[in-house]
Design a protein around this ligand. Structure first.
Ligand code: PLP
Length: 387
């Protein structure tokens, strides 16, 4: 069994599990209770908030825990739109559905105009086009992701924030795929809303966070108690929050080491694949590039198997776990909106490989060997059919 689907989710780190266990067992207090058991839970939540804030060079007051990045994106966008009466949004067709559907809903209700930035066939954003949009639409909300979850494209957040701020815009970035992998310094970056999801960096599922710049506010999305300072009612997921903070701490503790290890795996994979027997391999987006894409994601456009059948199914049968697009697009059966919008390589078997610190060079070698075997066997079958 080889798991190369780390953009969908990651394995829980044992150190993270250990940190969570007390809060799943004897430390079961409600952080809002005033007795000692409750206060122990409160301390754990606030300590976790400090950890997350210090790793991102933010203030604990700017960090709000949520159920994940989908909710955090919803809070950021809906919150900003409703708080500041924003009437224009700028985004890209390659964003995650949590962003596209949220903006789409406001647009359908007639409350928001949404402009899409121009992108090239590799998914790069046309910054000049973006600047023009901002020039003619003052105080827009701009939502552009740091790392694309399907093709791995990486954007320069610093350049983006400088541009958006020059035109007085509000900036939200879905950083779900980059938190824990790239150092993000919120003192340096002028960004209003940023999100993270613990299960993408070896933490538990169902917990995430939103950073809200101290100069910005949001109306809550979930009304209820005064938890998360009124921004998100509901009893805190204490064990999840502790796990998220520990997972982020572990990820940033070994950031350089992990970065080097995973980038090596990616380039080793590309090298073995492009020098192997499978002909006509292409790459989706900027997957192939070292500086324009994340070091952990590569999206490959393989030629269809002549003998039919899907490459993804064949890999799954051989216990190599990868993905065609995002895990969420599997649910809708409509295929990847990201690849559709790039309009290239749609007539191919597109496979996303996403690596983590748990993968090894031996695994990469094995994955490529299996891919080569599948194509060689397919070629053999196709030839024998011709005879
Ligand atoms: N945004 C991006 C870019 C993602 O990759 C994901 C992952 O599924 C999400 C948002 C949603 O995160 P969550 O599973 O925490 O809701």
């Amino acid at each position: 069994e080889i798991y190369c689907d780390n953009a969908a989710t990651t394995a829980l780190d044992p150190e993270v599990l250990n940190a969570m266990i007390p809060y799943l067992t004897n430390q079961y207090g409600n952080p809002s209770s005033s007795h000692a058991l409750g206060q122990k839970a409160r301390e754990a939540v606030e300590e976790s908030r400090h950890t997350v804030a210090s790793l991102l060079n933010a203030s604990p007051n700017d960090i709000f825990f949520t159920s994940g990045a989908t909710e955090a994106n919803n809070i950021a966008l809906s919150g900003a739109i409703r708080t500041y009466d924003v009437s224009h949004a700028v985004t890209s067709r390659l964003e995650h559905k949590a962003v596209l559907q949220t903006l789409g809903q406001y647009s359908q209700e007639g409350e928001l105009d949404v402009s899409f930035v121009k992108i090239d066939s590799k998914g790069n954003i046309d910054f000049e086009y973006l600047e023009n949009l901002l020039k003619f639409n003052a105080q827009s909300i701009v939502s552009l992701m740091h790392v694309n979850n399907e093709i791995g494209n990486l954007i320069d957040l610093k350049a983006l924030s400088a541009l958006v701020k020059y035109y007085d815009g509000i900036l939200h970035s879905d950083t779900t795929q980059s938190i824990g992998k790239y150092r993000i310094d919120l003192q340096e970056l002028d960004i209003d809303y940023l999100v993270g999801s613990s299960h993408k960096f070896h933490g538990p599922k169902g917990v995430g966070f939103i950073y809200i710049n101290k100069y910005k506010k949001v109306k809550p999305l979930i009304y209820g108690g005064a938890q998360e300072r009124g921004t998100r009612g509901g009893t805190e997921n204490v064990a999840g929050i502790v796990g998220l903070a520990k997972a982020l701490e572990v990820s940033y503790r070994d950031l350089e080491k992990n970065h080097n290890h995973i980038s090596y795996l990616k380039s080793f994979f590309i090298e073995l694949l492009t020098n192997g027997p499978i002909k006509n391999i292409r790459f989706n987006g900027e997957s192939f590039s070292e500086d324009k894409s994340s070091y952990s994601i590569v999206n490959v456009a393989f030629p269809h198997l002549k003998h039919g059948g899907s490459l993804l199914d064949k890999l799954a049968q051989l216990e190599i776990y990868v993905s065609g697009g995002s895990a969420c697009s599997n649910l809708t059966q409509s295929g990847s909106h990201v690849l559709k919008n790039l309009k290239v390589h749609l007539d191919r078997d597109n496979v996303r490989f996403s690596f983590s610190r748990h993968n090894t060079p031996q695994e990469i070698r094995h994955v490529v060997k299996v891919l080569n075997q599948i194509y060689q066997e397919d070629e053999g079958i196709a030839k024998s059919k011709l005879l």
